[in-house]
Design a protein around this ligand. Sequence first.
Ligand code: IMP
Ligand code: MG
Length: 181
Amino acid sequence: MKTPGKRPPKILIRHAAIQKRVREVAREITRDFRGQRIHLVGVLKGACFFLSDLAREIDLETSLDFIAVSSYGKTKESSGQVRLLKDLDTSIAGLNVILIEDILDTGRTVHYLLRILRQRRPKTLRVAALLDKPSRRVKQIECDYVGFAVPDEFVVGYGLDYAERYRNLKDVCVLPRAATR
Ligand code: IMP
Ligand code: MG
């Protein structure tokens, strides 16, 4: 494992387990939308590894787009305010849209994105999140596809960052509190 900080993150979910679960989620999506086209909307930047692995395991006609919202910045706490930084490139009207997120924490980000995407009249709108921290939820979210439920710890790797670091770790790891000081 790459250990770019002084305190190496502790492995929570190994790469092999992630790959296996991603294949299972892809099979579920393939079954749910059999015979139809889907449009994956990834939330930058955290969801990019999950989206690219998931998309390659889905056996349907699939298109992709990306959206970006304001993130935690250099802190670990959400400001509670969500702001659109980069909009979609193309219309989603009439499409089977699946919003792809790295992690559902308070739920504020997905709540905000579902609100703006719903206004654009997709045919269907679902959510897939690699990780879910249900104990932290502030906004009630219906998540259709969840990779793993995780405890209330700060996690990094496989796309997830702390201050833009650790995204390229293959495993999902817990960042020890001491590593953030
Ligand atoms: P929410 O709006 O509170 O649900 O937070 C969602 C966003 O916060 C995610 O897309 C992540 O970018 C970030 N986030 C939440 N928890 C973690 C974590 O444990 N590690 C890294 N990023 C996180
Ligand atoms: Mg982030």
